[in-house]
Ligand binder design. Structure first.
Ligand SMILES: *[C@@H]1O[C@H](CO)[C@@H](O)[C@H](O)[C@H]1NC(C)=O
Ligand SMILES: *[C@@H]1O[C@H](CO)[C@@H](O)[C@H](O)[C@H]1NC(C)=O
Ligand SMILES: *[C@@H]1O[C@H](CO)[C@@H](O)[C@H](O)[C@H]1NC(C)=O
Length: 671
């Protein structure tokens, strides 16, 4: 199975996407000259651009901004029961049975009570059997993960399909991801397009929401303390200090606190009312950034009654204070004729141009929409395309969506379904269903590992790489304390290993180097899977392609020993050297390995070599000891060699001493 989908090379425009410090690495997407269509061939497809203009609101104002409408199967009522439910479910007995089933399931995961879990699963199954789509989606999750049900992928797929047909968005995510993994792009792209559209509808008008942080709770094998500290919400010391300053009248602090509540960042629960209250206080002190967000709040009707007149007032004030992104909001109001005397497309364009001139990606995006659809100007697809790419380049998510669409339909850009799927997936993952990660992290921080594992596992199924690696890490790190539920009661060791292995595998497919390395180790040592040197080599190769020194090192080791890769001491040396070039910290292990290699070249079949080669099999106990006592981030292979080397040194030393007493044995040791 290919570990990673290849994307085109040769630079024209670079899209840096999700530059998160905790991502395995920032993903770099390259769009090349070859991707652009010959403009002369564009005539017919330009018409195609407008064919479906009615089916999507390009400026993306949500008629409703309730998560319940965009994500009807959300588990939100369980985590945020105080929020009003627009879609009233309490009058539907199946819905309430479903919700109480999910609530019981989450509580059982939390307390680690397998019989309560079984009862909850039975309740969900009962609700699914009468055709409740959200219950079907949850049941599919249980079958897919092997929680209280024997793992059954066909059954899981079937229930997800029913659920998706019944409108469950999370099951659509699962299906899209399943097709994506199997390179069935024509199916994946349709689902992801629909999901991305729903996600875009929940985005803001004038300003981009910051990337919703998917916190990676581990960094390598260790807990990511720094990221976790920053996610403690109202408990965090920094938050408390800022809040204190805000209460003392500091306008910048007021704005800062408001932003955390408005977007629900850093583990703070989203609270539009509190945000509104802090922004109002901040503008009274003349904080212009708060003016813009107040405009946004009134235009969206988030936590208040929608009032376009007020939105216009605040956006105008903000723009006068040189907050150029506010021009996007103003332009929007003029496109729609909301809150202004009348619709004026010329004025709208002027505003968008002002935003664009001042390097606001939203301005480029909006101009792109005007050109694409010929709103208030002559239609120009290739210009629209350039605008979208510029905005996408700056990480503007709505523009990513548009670029995906151009790739999907072959408008302005050559039709490219894998690329379209990939871009849609990124946008879709920012949809309302991503709030699962907020609750998962909150549970983890409270020490509720069982709940965190369950929620991350659900997200993992939806295709979130961070959730896959978080869930896998929890299984590895917490073992039986992870409250992992298996086919009957708690997970057996083997169920736990298999589950962790499958999660790491998926994360590594999605470009997570650490996961690729762990997969390599799992195959190498036969943990959670059959020992398979060739697949180990494949996984290390994958990590190596991302300049991972450890993977290069391991590849060198495998060449040296002819495990999974041909025995080739020259290649081995080359990999060891590469590892050193990529990471100066690899110096010690590389030196160790090169010394080992030297011994092997010069004294093949010597006693030392036999000793070195037999050591790894008696090794595990020493490895644990070294891991706990000496090193934080232990890599078994490196440690193996390290101990081997110490042994070599010891044996050489002993032989030297022996040599003083007895005649030397030239074939046994170097001197
Ligand atoms: C939801 O249902 C409850 C009780 O069934 C009812 O009192 C309430 O008005 C309903 N809310 C909406 C928004 O329909
Ligand atoms: C909207 O805001 C304006 C100006 O602040 C106010 O005059 C008007 O009454 C508000 N409209 C509604 C429906 O609240
Ligand atoms: C629209 O705005 C432009 C420039 O701001 C102005 O010149 C024009 O008169 C306006 N058109 C209408 C119909 O109000």
């Amino acid at each position: 199975m290919p570990l990673r989908r290849s994307l085109p090379a040769a630079v024209f425009l670079l899209l840096y996407v999700f530059p998160s410090a905790y991502a395995a690495r920032p993903f770099l997407l390259v769009i090349t000259n070859d991707d652009f269509k010959d403009p002369s061939a564009d005539g017919d497809s330009a018409d195609a651009a407008t064919d479906d203009s009615a089916d999507w609101e390009d400026f993306g104002i949500p008629e409703s901004n309730s998560e319940d409408d965009h994500d009807p199967g959300s588990w939100r009522p369980i985590f945020e029961p105080s929020l009003p439910l627009l879609s009233n479910s309490s009058d539907d007995p199946h819905s309430s049975m479903y919700l109480s089933g999910v609530r019981d399931m989450i509580n059982a995961a939390s307390s680690g009570d397998p019989s309560a879990m079984e009862a909850a699963a039975a309740q969900i199954e009962a609700s699914a059997s009468v055709g409740h789509p959200h219950a079907q989606s949850t049941l599919a999750f249980l079958y897919g993960s092997g929680i209280l049900r024997r793992i059954n992928h066909p059954k899981s797929f079937l229930y997800h399909s029913f659920a998706a047909e019944g409108g469950n968005m999370q099951s659509k995510m699962v299906l899209a991801y399943t097709y994506y993994r199997q390179d069935m792009f024509d199916k994946a792209v349709k689902l992801y397009a629909e999901l991305a559209e729903a996600a875009v509808a929940s985005f803001l008008i004038s300003k981009d929401p910051p990337v919703i942080e998917s916190v990676r709770i581990h960094s390598g094998t260790e807990e990511n303390k720094e990221a976790l500290r920053k996610s403690r919400g109202e408990e965090d010391e920094d938050f408390q200090i800022t809040e204190y300053q805000a209460q003392k009248g500091n306008a910048v602090a007021m704005y800062g606190i408001g932003v955390l509540y408005y977007y629900g960042l850093r583990g703070v629960r989203r609270d539009h009312k509190k945000a509104l209250s802090w922004f109002s206080k901040a503008v009274a002190k003349g904080e212009p950034r708060a003016m813009e967000l107040l405009g946004e709040i009134y235009a969206r009707g988030a936590g208040v009654q929608r009032n376009y007149t007020k939105a216009l007032e605040w956006l105008t004030l903000a723009s006068k204070q040189r907050h150029y992104s506010a021009y996007n909001g103003l332009g929007y109001l003029y496109v729609k004729g909301y809150g202004v005397e009348k619709k004026n497309l010329t004025k709208a364009r002027e505003y968008f141009e002002k935003a664009a001139e001042n390097k606001e990606p939203g301005g480029h995006y909006n101009l792109g929409v005007l050109y694409l659809k010929g709103i208030g100007m002559k239609k120009d697809v290739s210009l629209a395309c350039q605008y979208f790419l510029t905005a996408a380049n700056a990480g503007q998510p709505k523009a990513l969506f548009q670029v995906a669409r151009l790739f999907q339909k072959g408008i302005g850009l050559k039709k490219n379904l894998p690329m379209a799927t990939y871009l849609y997936k990124m946008v879709a993952e920012r949809g309302p269903w991503s709030s699962l990660s907020r609750w998962a992290l909150e549970s983890y921080l409270k020490g509720d590992i069982g709940k965190a594992l369950l929620l991350y596992s659900r997200m993992a199924e939806l295709g979130y790489e961070v959730a896959q690696s978080n869930a896998a890490w929890i299984l590895d790190k917490y073992g039986e304390h992870s409250m992992c539920m298996g086919e009957s009661g708690f997970c057996t060791d083997s169920e736990m290993h298999v589950r962790a292995h499958s999660l790491w595998w998926q994360a590594s497919e999605q470009g997570n180097e650490h996961a690729a390395l762990l997969i390599g180790d799992a195959y190498y040592y036969g943990r959670g899977t059959e020992r398979d040197y060739e697949r180990a080599a494949e996984a290390y190769m994958h990590a190596r392609s991302q300049s991972n020194a450890q993977a290069m090192f391991n590849l060198g080791y495998m060449h040296e020993h002819g495990e999974g890769l041909p025995l080739d001491l020259h290649m081995a040396k080359r990999y060891y050297d590469q590892a050193l070039d990529n990471d100066p910290a690899a110096k010690l292990p590389v030196k160790v390995a090169l010394s080992g290699l030297w011994v092997r070249k010069n004294y093949p079949d010597s006693f030392l070599i036999h000793t070195m080669d037999s050591l790894p099999h008696i090794f595990p106990r020493i490895e644990v000891w070294v891991d706990e006592v000496l090193l934080d981030e232990g890599n078994a292979t490196i440690l193996t060699l390290f101990v081997c080397f110490l042994t070599v040194l010891y044996l050489r030393e002993r032989q030297r001493r022996n040599a003083a007493a007895h005649p030397p044995q030239p074939d046994d040791a170097p001197n």
